[in-house]
Design a protein around this ligand. Structure first.
Ligand SMILES: N[C@@H](CCC(=O)N[C@@H](CS)C(=O)NCC(=O)O)C(=O)O
Length: 216
């Protein structure tokens, strides 16, 4: 058995696909197009009851929903890939801090921006809700920019300084969304550094393009 990843190009499944690629793991991709809301259909909800992408099936068939849980699981299952510092190292705590912040506070703003009606907005309110979601998401990025100890381009580009980790994959991908490809380089140049460094990694570069993360 191999890994199975339910996802769509341009979605959060990119993060898990990239982690698996870094770990040198084969994966069977199963497409669940967001266009047409295939993620909300009964057959997919039987796998992921929240109706969200991604979902990772481990080689033993275990279902892992939630992008962050899937990333941490891949890191745990392939310690040789060093996707996170080992338990007990302070670098691991730092990586978890920023990854949890992104999962808990940034990702939900993507949902608000993409599906404002779900949050009770009427069509005339959609633009305001989207602006608000973008603003709240950008506040999170500004916090990371100011407090993550990032050094920026030209020197130790990663969230953990010289050491690449799954946290870089997560921030690289999520920071491209909600207009981030244009906004982040200007307002969060230190976040731009890990994004650029992740984009050119050998295992990730082709996925970066397929997942529509490269500059338009
Ligand atoms: N907490 C979830 C959020 C995932 C999520 O919102 N994914 C988006 C795609 S990037 C999605 O499936 N949206 C469709 C929807 O909400 O109906 C996770 O981290 O996996």
């Amino acid at each position: 058995m191999t890994y199975v990843l339910y996802g769509d190009d341009g979605s959060g499944s990119a993060t898990v696909e990239m982690a698996l690629a870094e770990a040198g793991q084969a994966v069977e991709l199963r497409s669940v197009p967001l266009e047409g809301d295939h993620q909300l259909r009964d057959e997919y909800r039987a796998v992921n009851p929240m109706g969200r992408l991604p979902t990772l099936l481990l080689p033993d068939g275990t279902v892992v929903t939630e992008s962050l849980a899937a990333l941490l699981t891949v890191a745990d299952m392939h310690p040789e890939a060093a996707l996170l510092p080992p338990p007990g190292e302070s670098g691991r705590a730092v990586a978890l801090r920023w990854m949890v912040l992104l999962a808990a506070e940034f990702y939900p703003q993507i949902t608000r921006g993409d599906y404002p009606a779900r949050f009770g907005a009427t069509p005339d309110q959609f633009d305001a809700v989207r602006d608000n979601a973008r603003g709240l998401g950008r506040e999170v990025l500004r916090v990371i920019e100011a407090h993550a100890g990032l050094r920026g381009a030209g020197s130790e580009p990663f969230l953990l300084g010289p050491r690449f980790s799954a946290a870089d994959i997560y921030i690289a991908v999520l920071s491209r969304w909600m207009g981030g490809r244009a906004w982040v380089p200007v307002h969060c140049p230190k976040i731009e550094a890990p994004a650029q460094a992740v984009a050119v990694r050998k295992a990730i570069a082709p996925l970066w393009v397929r997942h529509k993360l490269a500059p338009a």
